[in-house]
Design a protein around this ligand. Structure first.
Ligand code: PLP
Length: 360
């Protein structure tokens, strides 16, 4: 008989729920400025919208569980073997299944701190001990310190580049060290949800670096950011081979990518010109936002993503509150000291102006 509901491994977890975001009717509440979720303010490619509209007519039929069309496109785009690409309902789902697949009760999982929380939460559910290593002052994962924390109990080594919430890229040298020094029995997981931004600005080629790795590895990516498809929930993992592919496929939910999402994703991947336009526009706006905030006394960490992290000489929690009172949502973080910092997603130029008019 069970002890009581819920199971013990779930009972002791802190309540962690996605942020409540006002969505009214068929779309988001237009009076609210969403600069808190690292979404794109831009619409998806018109070709993706047309493909989704076409696909919805066939919603009476289950989608292709193999995602063979999308798989072939991503294999060609990344020059990577199709059979080693696995799909998730957003890359979030893959962060969950990768942590579940790699950790036994009592293992240790190494993470940068702060970082995107899904892998941490799942590692706890899997019964692992979390080992959190502070990011460097400039916001990138401190891979040397993370490697120094490896023990014989380490089952998962998670790198996030560009890191959310701090925005900076891990260096090629640090990634090479991780590729070679993370033990062969341990999963090296590299979260590249903002891959397209980092690559566009000269970031290291993670897949090239991992070619020499002997142990298992997985690189997770998302169509939520540069492809503007956050609402569709499509992510993928590029993995080292069968040893990672098989457990991920075992854990994968049936038909976890909907027919509509898959059609939109295929068309979005085909429309690389639209994706590049999104990158260019976002980077231009990110630079403008950074400059305008500097004039008001807020300094930003280097960012290679669609958000910035700002600090000032005073506490940031009241700033977040004031913005929220004006309908502008941002993300406060209690990092790196008692003043904290504010993560601001790059929005449209109107949204930048609105934020700057309120902030100070
Ligand atoms: C670093 C990182 N990884 C993963 C995700 C999850 O993205 P999605 O599930 O939309 O693919 C996010 C979302 O913001 C993120 O910032």
């Amino acid at each position: 008989m069970t002890d009581s509901f819920p199971a013990k491994r779930v009972r002791d977890l802190p309540l962690l729920v996605p942020p409540a975001i006002p969505d009214v009717g068929p779309g988001p509440d237009p009076s609210v400025v969403r600069m808190n979720l690292n979404e794109s303010p831009l619409q998806p490619s018109p070709k993706a919208l047309a493909a989704a509209a076409e696909a919805i007519q066939f919603s009476n039929r289950y989608p292709d569980h193999g995602c063979t069309g999308l798989m072939a496109k991503l294999a060609a785009l990344n020059n990577f073997p199709a059979e080693n690409i696995i799909f998730g309902n957003g890359s979030s789902e893959l962060l969950v299944t990768l942590a579940m697949a790699s950790l036994n009760e009592g293992d240790e999982a190494i993470f940068p701190e702060p970082t995107f929380p899904t892998g941490l939460k799942t590692s706890r559910i899997a019964g692992a001990t979390l080992v959190k290593i502070p990011v460097a002052e400039t916001g990138e994962n401190d891979i040397a310190a993370m490697l120094a924390a490896v023990t014989e109990k380490t089952g998962l080594f998670y790198v996030c580049t560009p890191n959310n919430p701090t925005g900076n890229l891990a260096s090629e040298e640090a990634l090479r060290r991780a590729s070679q020094e993370v033990p062969e029995r341990c999963l090296l997981m590299i979260d590249e949800a903002y891959y397209e931004f980092g690559a566009h600005e000269g970031g290291p080629d993670v897949l090239e670096i991992l070619k020499d790795r002997k142990g298992p590895w997985a690189v997770t990516r998302s169509l939520s950011k540069a492809y503007c498809l956050a609402g569709m929930r499509v992510g993928y993992a590029l993995v080292s081979g069968k040893e990672v592919r098989d457990p991920l496929n075992t854990l994968r939910g049936n038909f976890n990518i909907s027919r509509v999402a898959m059609a939109a994703a295929e068309a979005a991947v085909d429309d690389q010109a639209h994706m590049r336009k999104v990158l260019d526009q976002t980077i231009l706006e990110r630079n403008r936002l950074t400059k305008l905030l500097a004039v008001k006394g807020f300094s930003a960490l280097p960012s290679f993503a669609n958000f910035i992290v700002v600090r000032s000489s005073g506490p940031l929690a009241p700033v977040q509150k004031k913005l929220a009172q004006h309908g502008i949502l941002t993300q406060y973080m209690p990092w790196p000291d008692e003043n904290g910092s504010l993560r601001i997603t790059v929005g449209s130029s109107e949204e930048t102006d609105k934020l700057c008019s309120v902030i100070g």
